[in-house]
Design a binder for this molecule. Structure first.
Ligand SMILES: [Zn+2]
Length: 140
């Protein structure tokens, strides 16, 4: 299922295109440091896009302060934009989330979020690119 995405590149191509931390997170399933990341406490209105391929992933409307040190969202911008898979890395059983357009790793989803979804999409800032609502309106 993860073999075919609308945007497919080789590891060498991704490595040349992405910043080192973004490559590590999105292509090597890495995790950025908690708290010391770009969007943890970010509160502006707008959309968070995939930093690798530009697909819309999350809206500021669903962002909440989880205290985890990473940007957290109660839901993706659309069910079709974010995929899920079981993740057994690091001796843990978790559900990881990825961009359905390019397959890039975003973070994990946990069942301890706020209502109505009860879910916490724990993301890496390095996987996201925020565009403020004011700029989105100008371009549309
Ligand atoms: Zn993507």
């Amino acid at each position: 299922m993860k073999d075919q995405f609308p945007v497919t590149k080789t590891d060498a191509e991704w490595k040349a295109e992405l910043e080192p931390l973004t490559y590590h997170v999105m292509r090597e399933h890495g995790t950025e440091p908690p708290f010391k990341n770009e969007y943890n406490r970010h509160k502006a209105k707008g959309i968070y896009f995939c930093r690798a391929c530009g697909a819309a992933l999350f809206s500021s409307e669903s962002k909440f302060e989880s205290g985890s040190g990473w940007p957290s969202f109660s839901a993706p911008i659309a069910e079709s934009s974010v995929g899920r898979e079981m993740d057994y890395r690091m001796g843990l059983v978790r559900v990881s989330i990825f961009c359905r357009r390019c397959g890039g790793h975003i973070g994990h989803v946990f069942p301890d979020g706020p209502r109505p979804t009860g879910e916490r999409h724990c993301t890496n800032s390095a996987a996201l690119k925020f565009i403020p609502a004011s700029e989105l309106q100008e371009n549309s």
